[in-house]
Design a protein around this ligand. Structure first.
Ligand code: MG
Length: 212
């Protein structure tokens, strides 16, 4: 089932790094996860949040989306993925929160999506809620990608869905940390891979298997 056209139009107008085929695969995987609490790590301006939020609305789930909204390393001035229009004149730093809020407003998803403004290390210290769906697409350094997996994937219920973005097994295609996270999840015996679309991997938490 694809995203409704009015939401697809909002997503298309939203800045972000998610090709259409991967976005649809994310939407489909989320819908299949069913009701419950879903968590997205890495909101940015909300493009993937629209695909997830539309699915959440349809199946009666609640989506939480975490970002410090100051941008990753590659979004800072002088880097490849910097967008000067997202700089807050007051701080001189990136601020993508206003863009996220406009996106959620345009998509009429404010009643389904709860943004959390904070670093994943802060949020991971208090997060205890069981999850039926988790999308990891935050900071892609090894240290933080591994942290985010360890802090949040442990809260997936048996049979819950883990989606990981920007997974590139070949270093020539992109950074390795998300791929290392997928390998860790599968090698631990706690997850099995159920889908691959471009750089998006979908995994399932195996019932009864310990998290590590
Ligand atoms: Mg990404």
């Amino acid at each position: 089932m694809t995203l409704p056209p009015e939401l697809a139009a909002v997503a298309a107008a939203t800045k972000g790094f998610l090709p259409p085929d991967e976005a649809e695969a994310l939407h489909t995987a989320a819908r299949a996860a069913g009701a419950g609490v879903w968590l997205e790590i890495g909101s940015y301006c909300g493009k993937s949040t629209v695909y997830l939020g539309g699915a959440a609305r349809d199946v009666g789930a609640q989506l939480l989306t975490v970002d410090h909204h100051r941008g990753s390393e590659e979004n800072q001035p002088g880097w490849e993925w910097h967008d000067a229009s997202l700089v807050d004149a007051h701080t001189g730093r990136l601020d993508t929160l206003p863009s996220l809020r406009r996106t959620l407003w345009d998509a009429q998803l404010e009643g389904v999506v709860t943004p959390i403004v904070g670093d994943t290390k802060q949020v991971g210290r208090w997060w205890t809620t069981p999850l039926t769906f988790l999308f990891l697409d935050g900071n892609h350094t090894e240290r933080i990608a591994q942290h985010d997996y360890a802090a949040f994937a442990r809260h997936l219920v048996a049979g819950g869905t883990l989606a990981v973005h920007d997974v590139f097994p070949d270093p020539a295609d992109g950074g390795q940390p998300p791929w290392h996270v997928v390998q860790r999840a599968v090698d631990s015996g706690a997850f099995e891979q159920t889908g691959v679309t471009g750089s998006l991997r979908v995994l399932r938490r195996i019932p009864g298997a310990a998290f590590s």
